[in-house]
Write a protein of this length. Structure first.
Length: 518
């Protein structure tokens, strides 16, 4: 006969099983292992960082340390630049950054959940979200969407801590921290307005929270947020709000089209969280059918847990209202970060219904999940290489090595500036010592830190894909030199992949003029 030994969890006040509490540290150790698994899995599956070029774009923006860029506010570019100031410019270290960003977000979910749940259930909440594509496969492409995975959960946690603070000192400290993170969220992506509006609505909807929200300490939240945003605001004014123009490109169409797209968006979110739903059920000790029914009801019955319901569904409802009214065609990945409170809501509802969990079961479940992830990733990588897909076959790192060697042979110097076909040129900047900069020859206004005078003085190398005739014609007009045609190939999974053809044009640096004699 097993004796049940319980104690009171100091964070939540709930009575919990001590035997489960003893596994909290062990459960928490699953998070760094999860990060390492996904770092390696991404390296196995992907022959390049990402076909779309978002990750190398982050890098070339970040090394300029601007307060804003042509498409987005600067947070994720700053993070990328800081990371590669410390680490080598390789694919696997970039995947490690993306996995670390997801890990920070998962720990934020644990912190948020701990405001409502016993600690062992809070850890389970983080693990359940870890298996979702939101914090794994989609998170590996570090960009403006992915950076919100780390910022939004901590912003929500600080919001709840601010609402629940008792002492004056804790209230003011929480208000200051909340304002800072709210500002950082907007610096990550303007879509974070959805989070801020949702938190405002949640604060007004809950009577206890409403009193705090309307108190004088909320002025500190607003002041801290504006202070964080001030450099970006000062950048926007003289640059004529280019990021707003980029964001407005997703608007347009009709109300029915926007509503239909939002329905697809919602269905995609349900798909993204399906694995998390299954993970929670696997850890339920018994009554899984009843547990599944309660979890499904939690979406539509705010009374089951009003605080967490508003935190969970508030961002979705806010996004829907804004998207439909602005006739915005929502992309499903925009909702990556909005489900920070979903698993805590499920677990809180189940805990109220006395559903018990076998938290130790998380270890073998995660183990099986990791083995499947690694096996599938290896299969994806091998098949991609054997079929010479763009993701697996494009020799971006190999091309970068070639052009850096060529430039050094011709000039005896490191390559200062690269331009041409966007992804190839930005990759040449990434796979460098960190001093090669990118100039956009097609839209030079997006790279205002360099001018034609800089190119003429320091020199530049233009890279054009064989099929990019626009790049070749524009580059030849600037350089006024004959292109050098090259073929570059890569080896992957023991296979030598077919060569890709490129054209290089060298704008050699002007000779230094000796100073005039006195």
């Amino acid at each position: 006969m097993t004796t049940l030994i319980t104690t009171r969890d100091p964070a939540s006040g709930h009575m919990v099983d001590v035997r489960d509490n003893l596994t909290v540290t062990q459960l928490a150790m699953l998070f760094p292992i999860h990060m390492l698994v996904w770092t390696f899995a991404a390296w196995l599956a992907r022959g390049n960082l990402d076909v779309q070029g978002d990750m190398v774009e982050n890098f070339v923006w970040g090394i300029e340390w601007q307060a804003g860029y042509g498409k987005h506010p600067p947070l994720f570019a700053w993070i990328t630049a800081a990371w590669f100031y410390l680490f080598p410019h390789t694919d696997i270290t970039y995947f490690a950054l993306a996995s670390l960003n997801a890990l920070v977000g998962l720990l934020g979910i644990v912190a948020l959940a701990s405001r409502f749940l016993p600690r062992h259930l809070a850890v389970i909440a983080g693990l359940a979200m870890a298996v979702s594509p939101l914090y794994s496969n989609l998170a590996i492409k570090f960009n403006a969407n992915a950076v919100l995975l780390s910022v939004w959960p901590w912003t929500a946690f600080l919001f709840v801590r601010y609402m629940q603070s008792v002492s004056r000192r804790a209230t003011w400290c929480s208000a200051l921290a909340l304002g800072v993170f709210a500002g950082l969220a907007v610096l990550g992506k303007y879509f974070s307005v959805v989070l801020l509006v949702a938190l405002l609505v949640a604060g007004l909807a809950r009577p206890a929270w409403r009193r705090r929200l309307l108190s004088g300490s909320s002025l500190l939240v607003v002041t801290a947020g504006i202070a964080v945003l001030l450099p970006h605001i000062q950048w926007l004014l003289p640059n004529h709000f280019p990021t707003f123009d980029y964001a407005s490109e997703r608007t347009g169409g009709t109300l029915p089209e926007a509503a239909g797209r939002f329905v697809i968006y919602v269905l995609a979110q349900l798909g993204y969280t399906a694995l998390s739903f299954g993970f929670v059920l696997l850890l339920a000790q018994s009554g899984r059918l009843r547990a599944a029914r309660l979890m499904a009801q939690s979406y539509v019955k705010p009374s089951l847990h009003p605080d967490l319901w508003w935190l969970t569904l508030g961002p979705l409802l806010t996004a829907g209202v804004i998207a439909i009214l602005s006739k915005t065609q929502m992309a499903s990945v925009w909702g990556m970060a909005e489900w920070f409170a979903l698993v805590p809501l499920w677990l809180a509802v189940l805990a109220q219904a006395n559903v018990r969990f076998q938290s130790k079961r998380a270890i073998p479940v995660m183990g099986i999940y990791w083995l499947l992830v690694l096996a599938v990733s290896a299969g994806v990588g091998y098949v991609g290489a054997s079929q010479n897909t763009d993701d697996a076959g494009e020799p971006r790192a190999e091309l970068a090595a070639y052009v850096h060697t060529l430039w050094h042979e011709r000039t005896g110097q490191a390559l200062p500036i690269v331009s041409g076909s966007t992804h190839e040129a930005q990759s040449a900047a990434f796979y460098s010592d960190g001093h090669t900069r990118f100039w956009d020859s097609r839209a030079s206004r997006t790279t205002p830190w360099l001018t034609m005078s800089d190119l003429a003085l320091r020199g530049a190398l233009f890279i054009c894909r064989n099929d990019d005739t626009t790049c070749l014609d524009a580059s030849a007009a600037l350089v006024k030199a004959s292109p050098i045609s090259i073929e570059v190939r890569k080896n992957a999974w023991g296979m030598e992949l077919p060569a890709r053809r490129y054209h290089l044009l060298l704008m050699l640096p002007s000779r230094a003029v000796p100073p005039a004699a006195d």
